[in-house]
Design a protein around this ligand. Structure first.
Ligand SMILES: Cc1cc2nc3c(=O)[nH]c(=O)nc-3n(C[C@H](O)[C@H](O)[C@H](O)COP(=O)(O)OP(=O)(O)OC[C@H]3O[C@@H](n4cnc5c(N)ncnc54)[C@H](O)[C@@H]3O)c2cc1C
Length: 495
């Protein structure tokens, strides 16, 4: 029997995942990727012997990656492995307090009780609540299509209200944390989970507190060899089961007839397919590939998640006081987010994230050196020329790190690369350089991301800019949701 062809536009983590799932459903899958490398935001590079993961660094829910290998009847451990971290993150405050974000709840509660004004019971109660919300909300919202998730609206008003109050949609994340914790340090530790999807803890609904359960309930993990090993492993699996990769092959157009997507155009040539999945940012897909469809104006009006500036530094010494993941908090977290909301950046009030994969993979940095991935939040906006601000931002970042660590840093930077919103948009087509598509700052954001369905029959969306959201775990959910929709349609057709 001739296999029906499916085309995936983009080889981000969700693109490769959906390609694997469609190939397993019996389609002959072709991935068209604009870059000459796979992985999209999840890519890697080397400078002067230092290896860097370019985008994601924090890894949770590894079982979602394993699931792809299991689905293909393979042993995931033959492709990639990971270890559970004892500490998800080390938090640094300007008064010199260093707080370890242990993955184990009891250890975290004891650490917070020792370093802040909050007690163990408050932390344990909070983590228990985060787990309850996660257990309740994940299958309901994150693991199924937005169309199914929205069915809660059809519940009777009493049930719907009960559900809304359970999900803490009517309070901000910060309100939830401020009610439960006295100390602004504890509040910041839990507020910062809003940044996992580029949102603002002072506006994002309380439901997002559940993200803490990922690190402190299920745990944070480190994939052996760094995050890029995930993309490499999925690439290997995809090729083994027959997915064909076309690299350096940007898609120029999605061709449709009578409301049906029928082909794509790449390098001026048409390629027909029964199923087309866009893993490219949904806004870029509408703007650049579906230009002849009426534009979905609401989509473009939605607030975007944050973007970032990342400094990749080769550092010619080691810093034992730093862990794999570190956050240096700003003193006025609220102000930092207020400025981001206004599209600004207060360079003297930045929170800084430092990831050093060489702490786990020493070969990522030569000799006694370290590879620093230093990231700050920026508004998603490529109309503003952030490159003009780079020197100012860098100076402020170095000053802050030097002040808190009490050590010289600048003189130890021996090589550097920089990522900014413009490059992010150029390299991955992420609209305005947003890391996670739309922000989740509204009460019902979880139900209002762009669907995995499109206005065209046979065209689907999957990846961080659509339902259920950005970040590796949600991207993998989106790939499964799309494959499930396609499988159901196929079953109906064959029935
Ligand atoms: C700096 C940074 C830090 C992050 N940190 C974390 C983290 O710690 N943990 C976490 O879980 N997540 C993190 N994320 C988010 C995470 O990386 C993304 O949510 C995820 O990788 C997005 O994957 P995706 O499948 O949606 O596609 P993307 O990675 O966005 O890839 C889309 C692909 O489509 C291709 N494409 C676009 N248009 C076309 C076209 N016309 N033709 C052909 N190909 C096209 C692009 O070239 C790209 O390869 C981070 C992201 C960044 C940038």
């Amino acid at each position: 029997m001739v296999q029906e062809k499916a085309i995936v536009i983009g080889s981000g983590v969700a693109g490769i995942a959906v390609a694997i799932r469609l190939q397993l459903l019996g389609y002959a899958v072709h991935i068209f990727e604009a870059n000459h490398y796979i992985g999209g935001k999840m890519s890697a590079f080397e400078i002067k012997g230092f290896r860097f993961d370019k985008g994601p660094s924090l890894f949770t829910l590894p079982e979602l990656v394993d699931d792809l290998f299991v689905a293909a009847d393979k042993n995931p451990r033959d492709y990639f492995s990971y270890e559970k971290l004892e500490k998800a993150c080390r938090y640094h405050f300007s008064d010199g307090t260093v707080l370890d974000g242990f993955c184990n709840s009891e250890k975290l509660a004891a650490e917070i009780a020792q370093k802040t004004k909050d007690d163990e019971k408050a932390v344990l109660r909070h983590l228990k609540n985060c787990k309850e919300i996660n257990d309740f909300a994940s299958p309901l919202i994150l693991e199924q299509s937005v169309e199914k998730a929205k069915r809660f609206k059809k519940l009777n008003p009493f049930k719907a209200l009960k559900m809304l109050s359970k999900l803490q949609l009517n309070k901000s994340m910060h309100d939830v944390h401020a009610k439960r914790f006295k100390d602004s340090k504890t509040q910041r530790v839990f507020d910062r989970f809003a940044t996992y999807n580029g949102s603002d803890p002072y506006r994002a609904p309380g439901i997002l507190s559940l993200i803490a359960d990922l690190e402190h309930g299920s745990g944070a993990y480190y994939p052996k060899g760094g995050i890029y090993s995930i993309a490499k492993a999925l690439h290997k699996l995809a090729k083994e089961i027959g997915v064909v990769f076309h690299l350096g092959a940007a898609v120029e157009e999605i061709i449709h007839e009578s409301g049906k997507a029928v082909a794509i155009k790449s390098k001026g040539q048409e390629h027909q397919a029964g199923i087309i999945v866009s893993n490219a940012d949904v806004r870029s897909t509408y703007q650049h590939l579906l230009g002849n469809l009426p534009t979905n104006k609401n989509l473009f009006k939605k607030e975007l998640s944050t973007s970032a500036m990342v400094f990749y530094w080769g550092i010619n010494r080691q810093f034992p006081e730093l862990d794999l993941h570190n956050i240096f908090f700003s003193d006025d977290y609220k102000k930092e987010f207020q400025e981001l909301e206004r599209g600004n950046l207060l360079v003297d009030n930045l929170s800084i994230y430092v990831n050093i994969s060489a702490k786990k993979t020493p070969s990522d940095a030569p000799g006694n050196s370290e590879n620093w991935f230093v990231m700050i939040n920026l508004p998603a906006n490529t109309e503003k020329d952030w490159r003009k601000e780079t020197a100012k931002i860098k100076k402020s970042v170095i000053q802050k790190l030097e002040n808190i660590l009490g050590k010289e840093i600048e003189q130890h930077i021996i090589c550097e690369e920089i990522l900014d919103p413009h490059l992010l948009e150029k390299n991955t087509s992420s609209w305005q350089g947003a890391l996670y598509g739309a922000a989740s700052n509204e009460m019902l954001s979880a139900f209002t991301r762009h669907s995995n369905l499109s206005p065209l029959e046979n065209l689907y969306f999957c990846g961080g800019s659509v339902h259920p959201g950005g970040g590796i775990p949600l991207c993998l959910h989106s790939a499964k949701i799309v494959a499930d929709i396609v499988a159901n349609k196929k079953a109906q057709k064959n029935a």
